[in-house]
Structure formats: structure tokens, C-alpha cells
Ligand binder design. Structure first.
Ligand code: HEC
Length: 148
């Protein structure tokens, strides 16, 4: 029971907000049985990808290595990816997604006056700025990406 509860808690922390968290359900049927599983939105999958990508960049910066990648054009999907039903692509979202993309691009601009660590932290702070407005659940997780 304890294990079950902490598993539940984890889901609550990772999603935006439980009461609003109504991702699409899909039903998988195998002969006699059928299962209802949650299908993450395109945006949710993109966000997980952005998280993993930045985790990798953080490791390279902390190790003092050159960044091995360029700005991933895939991130531009933030402007078009389909959101969970309860989330709106409103003005606040548009504002922060633009700012975030600019900041993430800066990370890969080596001719900048700011250090790569500062540029990276600026990008992560833009993730946080947007999340503070409407999707607070993942904030503790995103904070772990910051380089101290
Ligand atoms: C412009 C606003 C905005 C920005 C910028 C943003 N996010 Fe998100 N994020 C959202 C929204 C909205 C959702 C919920 C998506 C949905 O449910 O369809 C989300 C969901 C998430 C999730 C939960 C995914 C899941 O379903 O488990 C994580 C983790 C996440 N974001 C991390 C990040 C990281 C890391 C960054 C920066 C690299 C970032 N976000 C930048 C708005 C933003």
C-alpha cells in the first residue's frame, strides 16, 4: 500500500496539476481484456524530450566539455504541438514559448559575452517562468536542471 501511494504521489508531482490533468485515454484491447491507458499529449512528449536534452547539456557543461549538439529545431514544435485538452495556447503561453526558444538558442551561441553556464541557466529559468504561470507540477523537477 505504501509503495502504491508513493507511486501515485510521483504522478501528481510530475503532471501539471492533478485535477486538471485529463490526458486522453486510449483503450487497448487484447482479445478478452481491455485496458485504458493515458496517452500523453504531443506537448507532454515534447516537454519530456526537452527535459532529457537539457539534462545532457547540463552534464556537458558541468564536465567542462564543448557542447556536442546544436540548437534542436525539434524544439520549435512548442509553437504547434497539441496540448492536453485542459491547456490553452493563450497569450501567456505564446509569450513564454517565444522567450524560451530565444534563451535556448543562446545556449549554443558561443560568441556570446555570457558564459555557457549563465546562458544555460537563463534557458532553464524560462522553462520555470512559463511553468509558474500554469503548470506548476513539474517545477521541482525542472529546478534540478539548474547548474549551481
Ligand atoms: C511556454 C510554456 C512552457 C515552457 C517554456 C516550458 N514548458 Fe514544460 N509544460 C508546459 C505545459 C503547458 C505543459 C503541459 C503539457 C500538456 O499537458 O499538454 C508542460 C509539461 C511539462 C512537463 C510534464 C510532462 C509530462 O506530461 O510528464 C515537464 C517535465 C516539462 N514541461 C518540462 C519543461 C522543461 C524542462 C522546459 C524547458 C526546457 C519546459 N518544460 C518549458 C509549458 C511550458
Amino acid at each position: 500500500m505504501k509503495v502504491y501511494l508513493s507511486g501515485l504521489l510521483l504522478i501528481v508531482l510530475l503532471g501539471c496539476n492533478t485535477s486538471e490533468h485529463t490526458e486522453k485515454k486510449v483503450t487497448i484491447t487484447d482479445g478478452a481484456k481491455s485496458y485504458e491507458v493515458y496517452k500523453p499529449s504531443e506537448m507532454s512528449s515534447l516537454m519530456k524530450g526537452m527535459y532529457a536534452y537539457n539534462e545532457q547539456i547540463k552534464a556537458e557543461i558541468v564536465d567542462g566539455n564543448e557542447l556536442s549538439n546544436e540548437f534542436p529545431e525539434e524544439f520549435l514544435k512548442i509553437h504547434s504541438a497539441e496540448l492536453s485538452e485542459t491547456k490553452l495556447r493563450n497569450e501567456t503561453f505564446q509569450h513564454y514559448s517565444g522567450k524560451f526558444i530565444d534563451a535556448q538558442r543562446q545556449v549554443f551561441m558561443s560568441d556570446s559575452e555570457l558564459s555557457v553556464k549563465d546562458r544555460y541557466n537563463n534557458a532553464i529559468n524560462m522553462c520555470l517562468s512559463c511553468h509558474k504561470t500554469e503548470c506548476t507540477g513539474p517545477i521541482p523537477k525542472i529546478k534540478k536542471l539548474l547548474i549551481k
